[in-house]
Design a protein around this ligand. Structure first.
Ligand code: SF4
Length: 323
């Protein structure tokens, strides 16, 4: 992570692209604390000399992020209005989301938490006990989700401490880890992590996040195969993004590539309307067409559920063409 790219000009130089791709956005963005962050291994998966590359579009700050668009806000799903209590977010019945950290290995320009002060709300070591006390008081919590930021940006010993305390709560029956790390920085899936994960005493699901087949290279395949060998269930969630994956070919290829290494599709999210990401929005009619096409060409188990998150709703709302 320390070796990641943070200077858009350096990235464009590596890709033999001109500064016109930036439109002066880098300075604005750095001020907002959501500057370019890109592991070099992921940068190597970007096609040189192609400003329309689907990975580049996900990570390069562009001037359009400063456009004000009606309906787009800093708090698209209401997490600032109802922030996590002591690092624990309660959205859906029976599940509790623990914000382990605010850090990520990559800054995805469409991220719905790009304005969320996750570091402020995450679980620092001194608050860990308060988190487990809170979870212990509510026996309806059957599943704990480690999220952030990206929980795999924290060291193994800290993850182990958090999960050991959670696993002692007899009513918690499942663990879930939401992470983009196996895709964006596959070296994170090292021996230490694998050894720890294999010993977690709860049935565990690791939900990765990949949006395009070009993100899946041999290093990623190895990281996913290693995770799978620990016995965890592997699922993928994708955000439907204009100019990145808004066609059935791209999504079919992504899900077929992931299936080859044991990952099943979970959600295909409509964009959360976060300020700065309006240029990524895909109209609902286009999303329907893509979903129909995916259903026509893939077996049902390779078609993700198209959903939208609605503030206050008791579950993710299916977005379905009804025919
Ligand atoms: S890895 Fe996830 S949490 Fe981090 S910036 Fe990307 S979408 Fe947001």
């Amino acid at each position: 992570m320390a070796d990641s790219l943070s200077d858009p000009s350096e990235l464009l130089g590596l890709l033999r692209l001109g500064p016109a791709c930036l439109g002066g956005a880098s300075a604005v963005d750095a001020e907002r604390g959501f500057a370019l962050r890109l592991p070099r291994g992921l940068a190597n998966r970007i096609r040189p000399e192609d400003p329309a590359d689907p990975i580049l579009r996900q990570v390069l700050p562009v001037a359009r992020e400063t456009d004000e668009r009606r309906g787009f806000s800093k708090d698209p799903v209401g997490e600032l209005r109802s922030p996590p209590e002591g690092g624990v977010l309660r959205k859906y019945r029976g599940r509790a989301l623990v914000m382990v950290t605010g850090a990520c290995a990559v800054h995805c320009r469409y991220c719905f938490r790009r304005h969320f002060p996750a570091t402020e709300h995450s679980v620092v070591s001194s608050r860990l006990h308060a988190v487990t006390e809170q979870l212990a008081r509510d026996r309806s919590v059957g599943e704990v989700i480690l999220s952030g930021g990206d929980p795999l940006t924290v060291p193994d010993d800290r993850l182990a401490k958090i999960v050991t305390e959670i696993a002692e709560l007899t009513h918690v029956r499942r663990l879930r880890i939401h992470t983009r790390m196996p895709v964006v920085l596959p070296q994170r899936v090292d021996e230490g992590l694998i050894e720890w994960l294999a010993g977690v005493p709860l049935p565990t699901t690791v939900v990765i996040h990949a949006n395009h087949g070009n993100e899946i290279d041999d290093d990623v395949r190895r990281s996913l195969a290693a995770l799978r060998a620990t016995g965890v269930t592997l699922l993928n969630q994708t955000v439907l993004l204009r100019g990145v994956n808004d066609d059935a070919d791209a999504l079919a290829q992504l899900n077929e590539r992931l299936f080859e290494v044991g990952v099943l599709p979970y959600y295909l999210h409509m964009l959360d309307r976060v300020q700065g990401a309006a240029h990524f929005e895909v109209p609902e009619d286009t999303a329907f067409e893509i979903l129909r096409e995916l259903r026509a060409r893939l077996p049902g188990y390779l078609v993700p559920r198209l959903v939208r998150e609605v503030e206050g709703a008791p579950f993710k709302i299916p977005v379905d063409p009804k025919r």
